[in-house]
Design a protein around this ligand. Structure first.
Ligand SMILES: [Zn+2]
Length: 135
Protein backbone atom coordinates (compact mmCIF):
# COMPACT_ATOMS: atom_id res chain seq x y z
CA UNK A 1 0.00 0.00 0.00
CA UNK A 2 1.29 3.40 -1.00
CA UNK A 3 0.59 6.33 1.28
CA UNK A 4 0.23 9.67 -0.42
CA UNK A 5 2.79 12.12 0.91
CA UNK A 6 0.07 14.76 1.12
CA UNK A 7 -1.73 12.62 3.68
CA UNK A 8 1.35 12.78 5.88
CA UNK A 9 1.74 16.48 5.59
CA UNK A 10 0.45 18.51 8.51
CA UNK A 11 0.20 22.24 8.98
CA UNK A 12 0.24 24.04 12.29
CA UNK A 13 -2.70 26.43 12.37
CA UNK A 14 -0.89 28.54 14.96
CA UNK A 15 2.53 29.19 13.40
CA UNK A 16 2.06 27.93 9.84
CA UNK A 17 4.82 25.33 9.97
CA UNK A 18 4.29 22.27 7.80
CA UNK A 19 5.82 18.92 8.59
CA UNK A 20 5.42 15.22 7.87
CA UNK A 21 3.81 13.31 10.62
CA UNK A 22 5.30 10.21 12.14
CA UNK A 23 2.43 9.46 14.47
CA UNK A 24 -1.26 9.51 13.71
CA UNK A 25 -2.05 12.62 15.65
CA UNK A 26 0.91 14.61 17.01
CA UNK A 27 0.31 16.19 20.40
CA UNK A 28 2.45 19.25 19.75
CA UNK A 29 3.59 21.33 16.81
CA UNK A 30 7.31 20.52 16.34
CA UNK A 31 8.09 24.20 15.74
CA UNK A 32 6.04 26.27 18.20
CA UNK A 33 5.17 23.34 20.49
CA UNK A 34 1.55 24.40 20.60
CA UNK A 35 -0.87 21.63 21.61
CA UNK A 36 -3.51 23.53 19.66
CA UNK A 37 -1.69 23.27 16.34
CA UNK A 38 -4.77 21.70 14.70
CA UNK A 39 -7.24 24.23 16.09
CA UNK A 40 -7.68 27.58 14.35
CA UNK A 41 -7.06 30.72 16.32
CA UNK A 42 -10.25 32.29 17.62
CA UNK A 43 -10.30 35.98 18.33
CA UNK A 44 -10.70 36.63 22.02
CA UNK A 45 -14.23 37.70 22.78
CA UNK A 46 -14.69 40.38 25.40
CA UNK A 47 -16.43 39.03 28.49
CA UNK A 48 -18.92 41.86 28.36
CA UNK A 49 -20.20 44.31 25.82
CA UNK A 50 -17.68 47.05 25.37
CA UNK A 51 -19.19 48.98 22.51
CA UNK A 52 -20.39 52.31 23.74
CA UNK A 53 -23.84 53.33 22.83
CA UNK A 54 -24.14 56.78 21.39
CA UNK A 55 -26.00 59.11 23.70
CA UNK A 56 -29.58 59.81 22.74
CA UNK A 57 -30.46 63.34 21.59
CA UNK A 58 -32.04 63.95 25.01
CA UNK A 59 -28.88 62.77 26.78
CA UNK A 60 -26.76 64.95 24.52
CA UNK A 61 -28.90 67.95 25.38
CA UNK A 62 -28.58 67.17 29.10
CA UNK A 63 -24.79 66.84 28.74
CA UNK A 64 -24.67 70.15 26.92
CA UNK A 65 -26.65 71.90 29.65
CA UNK A 66 -24.50 70.31 32.37
CA UNK A 67 -21.30 71.43 30.60
CA UNK A 68 -22.66 74.92 30.21
CA UNK A 69 -23.61 75.16 33.89
CA UNK A 70 -20.17 73.91 34.82
CA UNK A 71 -18.57 76.50 32.57
CA UNK A 72 -20.59 79.36 34.10
CA UNK A 73 -19.84 78.21 37.63
CA UNK A 74 -16.11 77.87 36.92
CA UNK A 75 -16.00 81.24 35.14
CA UNK A 76 -17.51 82.86 38.21
CA UNK A 77 -14.75 81.36 40.38
CA UNK A 78 -11.81 82.65 38.34
CA UNK A 79 -9.32 84.92 40.06
CA UNK A 80 -8.39 88.11 38.23
CA UNK A 81 -5.10 86.56 37.00
CA UNK A 82 -6.92 83.47 35.77
CA UNK A 83 -9.57 85.62 34.11
CA UNK A 84 -6.96 87.64 32.22
CA UNK A 85 -5.44 84.45 30.87
CA UNK A 86 -8.85 83.03 30.06
CA UNK A 87 -9.91 86.08 28.10
CA UNK A 88 -6.73 85.99 26.03
CA UNK A 89 -7.41 82.34 25.19
CA UNK A 90 -11.04 83.07 24.27
CA UNK A 91 -9.92 85.84 21.99
CA UNK A 92 -7.47 83.46 20.29
CA UNK A 93 -10.27 80.95 19.72
CA UNK A 94 -12.53 83.52 18.12
CA UNK A 95 -16.31 83.78 18.25
CA UNK A 96 -16.96 80.18 17.13
CA UNK A 97 -15.82 78.52 20.34
CA UNK A 98 -18.19 76.05 21.96
CA UNK A 99 -18.62 75.04 25.59
CA UNK A 100 -16.07 72.23 25.36
CA UNK A 101 -13.44 74.59 23.91
CA UNK A 102 -14.18 77.13 26.61
CA UNK A 103 -13.90 74.53 29.38
CA UNK A 104 -10.52 73.49 28.00
CA UNK A 105 -9.42 77.13 27.80
CA UNK A 106 -10.52 77.60 31.39
CA UNK A 107 -8.40 74.67 32.51
CA UNK A 108 -5.41 76.05 30.63
CA UNK A 109 -5.94 79.53 32.07
CA UNK A 110 -5.93 78.12 35.60
CA UNK A 111 -2.84 76.04 34.89
CA UNK A 112 -1.04 79.06 33.39
CA UNK A 113 -1.95 81.24 36.35
CA UNK A 114 -0.76 78.59 38.80
CA UNK A 115 2.50 78.25 36.88
CA UNK A 116 2.99 82.01 36.83
CA UNK A 117 2.31 82.21 40.55
CA UNK A 118 4.94 79.55 41.21
CA UNK A 119 7.48 81.27 38.97
CA UNK A 120 6.87 84.60 40.69
CA UNK A 121 7.30 83.00 44.07
CA UNK A 122 10.56 81.43 42.99
CA UNK A 123 11.82 84.69 41.49
CA UNK A 124 11.21 86.59 44.71
CA UNK A 125 14.17 87.04 46.98
CA UNK A 126 14.18 84.12 49.38
CA UNK A 127 14.28 86.56 52.28
CA UNK A 128 11.13 88.29 51.12
CA UNK A 129 9.41 84.98 50.56
CA UNK A 130 10.39 83.93 54.07
CA UNK A 131 8.95 87.17 55.49
CA UNK A 132 5.67 86.61 53.67
CA UNK A 133 5.43 83.11 54.99
CA UNK A 134 6.57 83.62 58.56
CA UNK A 135 6.17 87.36 59.18
ZN1 LIG B 1 3.25 25.65 15.35
Amino acid sequence: MVTELSNLKLTCLRCGTTWFRRVDHPKLCPSCHSPYWDKPKVKAQPAYRTTKRLPSPQQRELNRIADQSRLYALEALLTSEQRQRYEVLLEEMGPGSNTTDRLAALDRARAYAAYEEQTNQAAKAPEQHRKELWG
